[in-house]
Ligand binder design. Sequence first.
Ligand SMILES: [Zn+2]
Length: 194
Amino acid sequence: MSDNCIFCGAPATQPITLKETFTAQPLLQPGNKACNRCTTYYNDPKYRRKNWYSTNGQDFNQIKDVLQFLQDMPPPPFVLYTTINWKKHGWILSVQNTILNHDKFILICDDQKIYFNRTFFNKLLTDLEPIWQKGVIKKFLTVGYPPAGIIRKYALTREECQLLESYKQHPLWHFIIAFKKRDKQQEESENKDE
Ligand SMILES: [Zn+2]
């Protein structure tokens, strides 16, 4: 049997028994041991239910505003995990993809790997802002060219509609929309619309 952690691949001594409900086997490496860090991550639900980063495997730093964090990150290396559905064991991908470079890295969101390129990320944020300011609700930001009624309602320009069309295929765009926040009042009226 391997003496490496089934989660991250680091040398490991302690045996681990997975629960029967565990469904992320395809993410694992063969073996039956885990390192201390990953044993903690496996057993504590906060590592799959929160957005967080850790610089040394001991510190747990919750991230309140993910997009803000991505614009102002601590010095690498660190492990970063983000989640929209709060229950998958995507942190396993995070420990396998330590961030070594601020500008280009594999961004983990749940069990999805998204290629992060800072230049492109900044462009997406910049392009989103004027559309966002018009109050377009989230579900019309990820479906491509908006329907005529929506274009009228939010006074979208042709150029803005074309951006929406071209970005709908980019996972990083979907990621940004998912984590973009409005103030409370706007959010409430948005929910009413749906
Ligand atoms: Zn490990």
